[in-house]
Design a protein around this ligand. Structure first.
Ligand SMILES: *Cc1c(COP(=O)(O)O)cnc(C)c1O
Length: 480
């Protein structure tokens, strides 16, 4: 087991040695209010520079990451993020500016934000954008506030938001946080939302229909246009969860499907390393008539220079400090420029091709509840394996033994023992084939030697934990 820095600490060890300054030592206590003074010394680990370097390099090697191996985590788009985007985000001109600098001194940064916004408008077909929100769920929240303002302005009291059972879990949470009542609509037997089911629930109280497309089964919502026509006839707005834009960009667009509001996850689709909590960016986009509600500031071009417009008539206000998460914008813009129009389109085609390739190979081993052409991901079920006393959790743990990150499991909720796989566009055929071979071996073990699965995680650095206790009684404190 790796020792903690506290365990490695030895009295008197230091990382630096300062020369004698020649200045007499003074007690600083008299300059600090007594209530702010600590009563006892802070215990800090005492280590040399080399101890610290070795400790953290070794810890970093225990951290599974995309740059070391395959990461087919459904819904999360764990694709390769080219290093040129990191290079750009770290350029001093972008990295060292202060958000309170005068606009005339940060024209380059504002130009980048403006042009990123224009590119995202072109990709989605929407009319206006605010880059402010810091994540997908945050973009949804901003979008739902925009819907709320729209109906307040029209003096219509609409309280309901219809959301399919195959939507991402953040959708109902965002709607609820904005004070709407969430009405769930069941998707049809083929995993797709049926217009008739929507029609039944739609009434004068319905503010928004929120759809995730492709839905969490990885399926394209084929009736989407018909549903948005129904909604608009009813005065209802359409919200598009565009977190997984790598499935459709360059091929079709939310605007063509009739959506009024949407968000994009720049950190999933546009080359920001993510997972572990951020930072991310979830720009919110709208059609012309909703532009006046966008969160401020909006980056604009007056012909001579770029500026931040805080003067938006009915803006929902500010949802994030300063520009939003600027370094994510740099990565996203560099990514779009490096791919170009054709590159953006082939990204989507490759994402869909890879997912369908894996799906066809794996449906022989595991149950595939919705067996049809998928988009960027698909969902298997471990239901058939339960007869051998093995559940999906055990399969996921066993995958770790092969040095691969397991897929998303037990989500979406509409599939029992769900195994949600998103290979992403950046993996090659050899990697996908290797994954198939691993699952073939695991499937064989389930039938012949299930005890191997129950003792999985033999090579991982952590032993098997009790998931319930680990989640409910989280203890992060280091104890002596
Ligand atoms: C990831 C995801 C979200 C949430 O995005 P965050 O940036 O994690 O808040 C919302 N919807 C879908 C479909 C997603 O895949």
């Amino acid at each position: 087991m790796t020792k903690t820095v506290f365990e490695k600490s030895k009295e008197g060890r230091k990382g630096i040695k300062l020369p004698n300054s020649g200045i007499k030592e003074t007690n600083l206590e008299k300059f600090i209010p007594s209530e702010l003074l600590k009563k006892e010394a802070v215990i800090l680990p005492q280590l040399t520079e080399f101890d610290v370097v070795r400790h953290f390099v070794n810890l970093s090697k225990k951290n599974y990451c995309l740059d070391s191996n395959f990461y087919p985590l459904g819904s999360c788009t764990m694709k390769y993020n080219p290093k040129i985007e990191e290079f750009c985000a770290n350029l001093a001109g972008f990295n060292d500016i202060h958000p309170e600098q005068d606009e005339k001194d940060v024209q380059g940064a504002l130009e980048l934000m403006f042009k990123l916004g224009e590119s995202l408008k072109a990709i989605t077909g929407m009319d206006a954008i605010s880059l402010q929100p810091a994540a997908g769920a945050h973009g949804e929240f901003a979008g739902m506030l925009i819907a709320k303002m729209h109906f307040e302005e029209k003096k219509e009291k609409r309280t309901k938001v219809i959301i399919p059972d195959s939507a991402h879990g953040t959708n109902p949470a965002s709607a609820k946080m904005c004070g709407f009542d969430v009405i769930e609509v069941k998707s049809g037997s083929n995993g797709i939302l049926e217009p008739a089911a929507v029609k039944e629930l739609l009434d004068k109280n319905t503010a928004v229909i929120m759809m995730t497309n492709p839905n969490t089964l990885g399926l394209f919502e084929e009736n989407i246009k018909e549903i948005s026509d129904l909604a608009h006839k009813n005065g209802t707005l359409m919200y598009y969860d565009g977190a997984n834009l790598n499935a459709i960009m360059g091929i079709t667009s939310p605007a063509l499907m009739g959506f009024d509001i949407m968000h994009i996850n720049l950190h999933k689709t546009f080359a920001t390393p993510h997972g572990g909590g951020g930072p991310g960016a979830g720009p919110v986009l709208v059609t012309k008539r909703l532009e006046k509600f966008l969160p401020i500031p909006i980056v604009k071009d007056n012909g001579n220079n770029y500026y931040l417009d805080y003067d938006i008539e009915n803006s929902i206000g500010k949802v994030k400090a300063f520009y939003g998460n600027f370094s994510i914008f740099v990565r996203a813009y560099a990514y779009i420029l490096s791919l170009g129009k054709e590159g953006i389109q082939s990204t989507s085609k490759d994402a869909v091709l890879n997912a369908n390739y894996l799906k066809e190979k794996l449906k022989i081993l595991f149950d595939l509840p919705y067996d049809k052409l998928c988009m960027h991901e698909f969902v298997l079920s471990g239901e058939n394996q339960k007869q051998y006393g093995i559940n999906t959790l055990a399969i996921a743990k066993r995958i770790v033994d092969f040095g691969i990150h397991p897929p998303t499991i037990y989500f979406p909720l509409i599939v029992h023992e769900a195994i949600m796989i998103e290979p992403t566009e950046t993996e090659n055929k050899e990697t996908l084939d290797e994954f198939v071979e691993i699952l073939k071996q695991i499937e064989k073990e389930i039938k012949t030697k299930p005890e191997i699965l129950l003792n999985a995680l033999s090579k991982a650095c952590s032993s098997r934990v009790d998931e319930t206790i680990a989640a409910r009684q989280l203890n992060l404190r280091w104890k002596n």
